[in-house]
Design a protein around this ligand. Sequence first.
Ligand code: WT7
Length: 652
Amino acid sequence: MEQNEKINPPKHFSERAAIKSMQDFEALYEAAAYDPDKFWAEQAGAIHWFAKWNKVCDWSNPPFAKWFVGAKTNVAYNCLDRHLTTWRKNKAAIIWEGENFEQRILTYQELHRKVCKFANALKQLGLKSGDRSIIYMPMTPEAAIAMLACARLGIIHSVVFGGFSAEALKTRINDLEAAAVITADAGLRRGKEVLLKQNVDDALANNECPSVKNVIVHKRIGSLTKMQSGRDHWWDDLTTGISEVCPAEELDSEHPLYVLYTSGTTGKPKGVVHSTGGYLTQVVATMKWVFDLKDEDIYWCTADIGWVTGHSYVVYGPLAAGATTLLYEGAPDWPKPDRFWRIIEKYRVNIFYTSPTAIRSFIRQGDDWPNNRDLSSLRLLGSVGEPINPTAWHWYNRVIGKERCPIVDTWWQTETGSIMISPVPGATPAKPGSATRPLPGVMAEVVDDKGEPVKVGKGFLVLSKPWPSMLRTIYNNPERFKSGYWSRYPGKYFTGDAATIDEDGYIWCLGRVDDVLNVAGHRLSTMEVESSLVRHKTVAEAAVVGAPHELKGEAIHCFVTLKQEFHGSDALTEELRQWVATEIGALAKPERIYYVAALPKTRSGKIMRRLLREIVTTKSVSGDTSTLEDYSVILKLSQQGKEEEEILGEKK
Ligand code: WT7
């Protein structure tokens, strides 16, 4: 890796930027480090509060932080009402394009009206502050309206990605004991209908989710939908004729805004809980620092609302900042590989924020697709979700940005709530492949095994001070919050990432060191996939590892031992791959299945994933195997790995 290549921000960009130079940046960083409370109180001044705090940060009971103690605010009020008394009332809040080229533009005023009406509908069904709701929707304005309506009333929402299965949905509903599910008849993906309501029906079947009293269905497509009387309601029926007046609840700063499930090191996804006041403060601050937002910008973050990026940088951040946020419903390559470029051309997008996975797939489709579209409106590019390799960085810079646009490579996590490490586009010289330096107020360190800071070199990425948008706990599982993040280095938050830090203090994230995979920018735990596999009737044991993949970053490789009466075959491989996709979601579909006689284990019975990873990446085994229960198992496995590779070839 060419670590010393430095690319300065384009001059024309710096001149117009809010933070114009490294001196400006350092001053801000220093101020935050010197007096974090004062600094964050100033940042909090950018949002509206019904009542002010009496303490900025309460860290008296770590790792349970409280921010803006005693203050009252409302996220939906900040995203909507606040703009209505300004010229922004007639500004486009949401520009939406359906995969089928349908188009809608909602001004702040219209969005406000729709949110109020839907919030009144929720109220009428008996939902109230503190209740939990599930949002399982395609990327439509109604998804954002549902989120904002919940936020308005203090209903804690949990968005479940539309690509997740009925099973995954059921687990989340039950963990939250959600009172309502907000969904749509279907969404569109590559021209096909994704039957969301059907999945909801499957999840709720046999009274397996007893907490759910109401299901609200938005008619996106008009696909055939069975409605269960008493339980299911059409969105339009509930909102027609209902009052447009719905005051925003004055919520405690620490009131949970949402829960978002993400994969951890066990098979059970964890419900990351985000708060209201601290969350919004930092999301709005980072919107400003990282995207250098201007009022005339058309801003497009391509993430689905099912992920944290969709929460912070599609809905809450841009709207609270008064921006125009673009929502696109479908696949990047539908009907042709230039769909994204077409959207940029059509709406004159200025800020474009996407993932390295997407960028790699664009590279593969060739430069003609973007070259045949007018991308001259772009002024800033962003990347998130996984390390962006320098080759992809340069392509993004040259072919999409025409070497005019800074690139912000943003490192953060579901748990951090907002961007933590990123260039500030008018100031920070970029080094392709590095997310560069922590943002103001972020105390990121690279530490060794013992938790001692590494000055220059490799180690583990930790955050050594609380920050306003940090997760507050794991839903219903404070113990997991403590042990999962705060026990490895007492007093410090462990990110799960390995990283190097260079002589300029730039951080290079190297990926996860726990059993979490990053598949196409989405987190999955090896255990989650393993648990799914062993639920299949043929599988005795399973071990899952990630291996580098050209497009997805990482792909899922599964080693399975079958119960005695079963044998591996192409048909079974297909069945198992489909099984996992159905149980978890299409993104968890394994790349490869290897049938083995036994799995390599240590004397204490732990599966040696490191070895398996080595087998799939290098197709050989080396290193220290002295703790292995039976070395012959590995030799056999390694040999078989090679053979499988030869036999399977490119067949998946
Ligand atoms: C993990 C968090 C937060 C948005 C999407 C992912 C990896 C994220 C970067 C980046 C290198 C990155 C890390 C992190 N990651 N952004 N710019 N460079 N790695 O959220 O699903 O919670 O995953 O994604 O490994 O721990 P997530």
